[in-house]
Design a protein around this ligand. Sequence first.
Ligand SMILES: [Zn+2]
Length: 408
Amino acid sequence: MNVSHKLLLLLAVSLVLAPAAASAADDKVLVCAGGKMYQSPTAKPIENAIVVMSDGKISGVANQAEIKYKLPALALQLDCRGKVIVAGFWNSHIHFETGWQNAAEAPAAQLEALLQEMLTRWGFTTVWDLGSMPSNTLAIRRRVESGEVPGPKILMAGDIFPKAGHPVYLPAEMQLPEAATPQEAAQMTQGYIKMGLDGLKLFTGAYMGAKPVVNMDTAIVKAAVDVAHAQGQPVFTHPQNRAGVDNALNGGVDILAHTIPTEGSFSAEELAQMKRQQTAMIPTLTLWTTVVSDPAVQDRLVRAGVDEVKSYLAEGGTILFGTDVGFQSKYDTTQEFEFMGRAMTWREILASLTTNPAAFFKAPMKGRVEKGMDADLVVLDADPAVDVRNLAKVKYTIRAGKIIYSKK
Ligand SMILES: [Zn+2]
C-alpha cells in the first residue's frame, strides 16, 4: 500500500471510539485493517475488515462499506491486508515442564522467547496448564500479568494421582500428590484452591509401563470433584484407559484431557453419558505420534483417536483444542490441525480453539471478534477455510490489544 492509499484508508475508517480512548490513550490504540475477518466460527467472513482495539478491548469492528469516522492519529496500525483475522486461540492442555524451571528468576527475554516458541507463535492467547510445578507456573503467570513478559493468559489445574500410581514417564524422584482416600483427595483439592489455581486434574488412570494401569476409585474422584465444583472450578481427567474414563464420568469430571486410542473407541454408553453430563474432550492427537516410535502403531493410535473425536462430535459433544505441549515437544500445531481435519470441519476446529473453550470455561468476553469483547486476536497469513493447516500460519498474536507475537 502506498502512502496516499494508507491515508485514504485512515480517513475512511468508520469506528467510534470512546472519548477517553481517543485522547490520552491514543498510543494504546491498535488497529488491524484490510483483512478478511471471521468474527466467530459460524459467521460469514467480512472482507476488508477493520478492528480497533483500545484499553484491552475491541472498541469497534467494521468493513469499508460502513466507513464514516476517522481513526485517532496516534493509533498503531497493523497492515492486515491479505490476512485473515480470527479470535485468539485457547490451548486447553499444556505444561510448563522441561526448560521452564526457575521461571521466577529467569531473564525476561528468555521467558518471552520460550513463550513465543511454545505458545504465542501458534496463536495462543489463553492456555490451561494441566499439571506442572504450581509455584513455577504461578511465577510465569505473575510476570506475564505484570506486563513484564508478553504472554498468554495462564490458567492452571493441580494434579492428583491414585495411590501407587506414579506414571512411568514422570521422573521417579518427582514428588507426586497421591490420594489414598476421598478425604485426602478433598484436602489436596482445597490446597490447590488456596494456592490460587483454577481447576483440578485427576489421573483416573496412571500408565505404569509393563504393569497394569492404576485407576483412581470413583469415590476418590467424586470427593475431589465435589470440592472443585463447590468453588465453580472445572475438573479434567487423564483417563489412560476405559476404566479411567468410566470412573471419571461416574465421579462427575468435566473434561477428558485426552482421547483413549489404545482402547480403540468409546462405548455407546460412554458416549451417551458424556453427552448427558456435557463432558468436553481434548483430542491431543499429535501426542499419539510422540509416545511410541513404531510408525504403524502411531498410525493406528491416531486413527483411533480421530474416530473417537468423530463419534463424540456425532453425539453433539464439545471438543476443546489441546496438544499437551510442554510434555511433548512438537510445538508446531500444523499436524494437530491436519489430524483434527480428518474428523472435523475447519469451522468446528476454529470453535474448539475459540468459542467452545470460552463457553465451557465461562469466559464470555473471549472467543469472538466483536465490539466490547477482549481484544484477543490471531492474524493468519492464509485462510483456514481453504486448508485447516492455515490455522498454524500465524502472522500476529494479539492479547488484550497488545501484540504478543509478530512473525519476522
Ligand atoms: Zn498433559
